[in-house]
Design a protein around this ligand. Structure first.
Ligand code: DGJ
Length: 707
């Protein structure tokens, strides 16, 4: 007997059958409307979609439940994998015990008496669909859990996937693929969310675009190892399954113990990718760590001085920054222990007397005296073999005893699941924050996990991930005035579980504006602009060697949480004035950049167009970038959907300092007109505006004002 539960929001509805042990999502998509007898309508819908039994299969069609069961006839990837030595627990089949639906959240309790396991599944519909499951060992012997994932079905017409790949300094690269028979697997064993395999995908009917097609997005909110699978069964049914990737023996449940999956976070829109991703943004904006104050423009010392810390230089960097209107100064790597280069010192979290004989106070006082906040870089999860800490406690490294560990950036991971190691790091960070006027912590994590064993020799990434969350949580509680940034060699730890603990993510170590156009566009599909760290680097990028104008670098960085990562002590007067104007432009529009709805537009690959609309559609700013040279000298008109169709908008060129002029750059007439052009939202959506011809690696901004 089905137990149908509906979770309904304005733009999305989820219909669940709670009777299947782990519940089964029957519908996730557009609202189904209000009939006079919705229950009867649902039963009719179920019966209309009932799949016939066919030859060559089992005599029952197994549901694609949230935790699908091999033992019930599901032929895809089961939701639970585990064992109890010699017991019958490897292929559980759960029976619903009870369910309750309260305030858009369905909770279903189920049990398998044979396997001695209980399963509690939660499905909640808010800005996003959030699904998770908890398994409990009811037996009297330990149960070794190899994996617990949660599954959401997608319609059979969702036959195209958008996935992401990346590497250091090139995160969030989109990839469109046909979703054919079989599984597309996103798998990560790096112990951090990763540059390479971010746990995020979108699906929709072939050709879905930023503003067209039904689109579903799924993300595993987790900062350790993960798996995310888009699978199509032989019978045509499609599902996406995600969760933590567990190594053998990594999670062992003693009698009575439980394991809970990370949240699988889903978004849906009936009208394209851009509106779908607003769900992720709204969810992020609801997290307790999400900032509610204007995002201070910052200067970061990394590409300005690297390890060459010198008090006078840093003071002069701070003075130059303050003069430009910068509001936060972040002292990056190199201030502590013996850390004069990247081969030593990690773990020794005391101020280097060699570089700062009078401590950090002279620098902090200078920064604070200039009216800026002071921020500091740490990498708490790491230790260099060449450090006081490692010499004193080699047993705290997260390695497998008996093997020579493979180093990464000449460092090892510190096993924060060991209470003494945790306490040591906690104590030092707590003291650092207590003893100094520090408002901001850039929390870095620069190497992957490898053969990461806890003290008992079992795989330790799961425990380490939880320990990192706990450390952040405890520091945040003790220092509520301090903001945190999640960095992992750039954007290696960008996910919705870390976002519950940080005010900012460092999107990429690449400050090259050309690369950043794509990196930030990809990242914008998961995180809102105000948490996305975007820096103006030096004219010649340190990671690519490309040289770009300030206008292009600024146009690219302006939409996110703006920073400067450039030795600005030696700028020319013109550069200084231009950079000051950029900072002031950012501040002028900061409320819109950081409080609006991010929008992206479909263009040919030579261009990149995106922007932000005010939530009430009273204003907007759009960026149009020419990435490479194109076959046509003139780009096609840029259509701007999503505005108030009936309203009139003034569209104007929003000039950036030091925009290049010259041959090959021709502005359309309307851009040169004082007051730009006035068009309706409908005209903008249907015909759009003609962008100028630009040099490769340049961009223009347009402002939109509703009249
Ligand atoms: C990697 C980060 O992404 C950089 O911004 C910088 O903080 C370095 N680590 C410092 O070692």
């Amino acid at each position: 007997m089905s137990k149908i539960v509906r979770l309904v929001r304005e733009q999305v509805e989820v219909v669940v059958d709670a009777s299947t042990g782990a519940p089964t999502i029957l519908h996730w998509g557009a609202p189904l409307g209000e009939g006079s007898d919705m229950h009867a309508d649902m039963v009719a819908m179920l019966s209309a979609l009932d799949r016939p039994l066919v030859h060559g299969t089992f005599d029952a069609v197994a549901p694609v439940s949230v935790v699908p069961e091999h033992g019930s006839g599901f032929t895809g990837r089961p939701g639970v994998a585990g064992r109890r030595g010699g017991g019958r627990a490897w292929s559980p089949r759960f029976t619903t015990v009870s369910h309750s639906a309260v305030e858009h959240r369905l909770t279903v309790d189920a049990v398998d008496e044979v396997a001695g396991l209980a399963l509690t599944t939660s499905i909640a519909l808010g800005d996003v669909l959030t699904v998770s499951s908890t398994i409990e060992n009811l037996g009297d012997r330990r149960y070794s859990l190899d994996g617990l994932t949660v599954t959401v079905p997608l319609p059979e017409f969702a036959d195209e996937l958008l996935t992401f790949s990346g590497r250091w300094a090139r995160e969030f690269q989109p990839d469109r693929i046909d979703w054919r028979h079989g599984a597309h697997l996103i798998e990560n064993r790096r112990g951090r969310t990763s540059h390479e395999d971010p746990p995020l995908l979108f699906a929709g009917p072939r050709g879905f675009g930023e503003w067209q097609g039904e689109v579903w997005g799924v993300h595993v909110a987790w900062s350790g190892n993960h798996q995310l699978v888009a699978d199509r069964l032989a019978d045509g049914r499609r599902y996406v399954q995600g969760g933590e990737l567990l190594h053998s023996g990594e999670v062992v449940l003693e009698p009575g113990e439980t394991y809970t999956t990370p949240d699988l976070v889903g978004v849906f829109s009936a009208s394209g990718l851009t509106p779908a991703t607003w769900g992720f943004h709204r969810a992020a904006r609801s997290y307790r760590a999400h900032p509610d104050t204007p995002r201070p423009v910052l200067v970061n010392t990394w590409e300005a001085v690297y390890f060459d810390h010198d008090l006078d230089t840093l003071r002069s960097l701070a003075s130059s920054a303050a003069d430009l209107g910068v509001e936060r100064f972040v002292l990056d790597d190199g201030w502590f222990g013996s850390r004069r280069n990247d081969s030593r010192g990690l773990g020794d979290w005391w101020v280097s007397e060699e570089v700062y004989p009078d401590g950090l106070r002279p620098l902090i006082d200078h920064v604070v005296g200039l009216g800026m906040e002071f921020g500091i870089w740490v990498e708490p999860e790491m230790v260099n073999p060449d450090s006081e800490l490692h010499r004193a406690h080699p047993e705290w490294a997260l390695v497998t005893d008996g093997y020579e560990p493979v180093l990464g950036r000449r460092q090892l991971v510190l096993d924060l699941a060991q209470p003494d190691a945790y306490d040591h790091i906690h104590r030092h960070l707590d003291a650092l924050l207590r003893d100094h006027d520090i408002s901001y912590v850039k929390w870095d994590m620069n190497r992957d996990h490898l053969q990461a064993s806890g003290i008992d020799g079992a795989a330790g990434t799961h425990a380490q991930t939880l320990a990192v969350y706990r450390l952040l949580d405890e520091l945040r509680t003790a220092h509520p005035e301090v903001e945190f940034e999640s960095c992992a060699s750039g954007g290696g730890r960008v996910d919705h579980e870390i976002l519950r603990r940080v005010e900012r993510v460092w999107t990429s170590d690449c400050n090259d504006a050309l690369e950043r156009q794509t990196i930030q566009r990809g990242a914008s599909m998961l995180v809102p602009p105000e948490v996305m760290g975007c820096h103006i680097g030096p004219p010649t990028s340190h990671t690519t060697g490309r040289t770009q104008t300030l206008a292009f670098r600024a146009a690219t960085a302006l939409f996110g949480h703006l920073g400067i990562e450039w030795n600005i002590t030696s700028l020319s007067d013109d550069e200084r004035a231009a950079l000051r104007a950029v900072v002031s432009l950012h501040k002028e529009y900061r409320g819109l950049f950081h409080g609006g709805d991010s929008v992206r537009f479909d263009t040919a690959s030579e261009y990149c167009a995106h922007g932000v609309y005010a939530p009430d559609r009273s204003a907007g700013i759009v960026s149009f970038a020419q990435l490479t040279s194109a076959a046509s000298l003139t780009p096609p008109p840029l259509r701007l959907p999503g505005l108030d169709l009936a309203a009139s908008y003034r569209v104007e060129h929003l000039g950036l300092p030091m925009e290049t002029r010259g041959p090959g750059r021709t502005r359309p007439h309307w851009m040169a007109e004082p007051g730009g052009v006035v068009l309706t939202g409908r005209q903008l959506a249907t015909h759009g505006i003609q962008p100028p011809s630009l040099h490769p690696e340049s961009a223009v901004l347009f402002s939109l004002t509703r009249l």
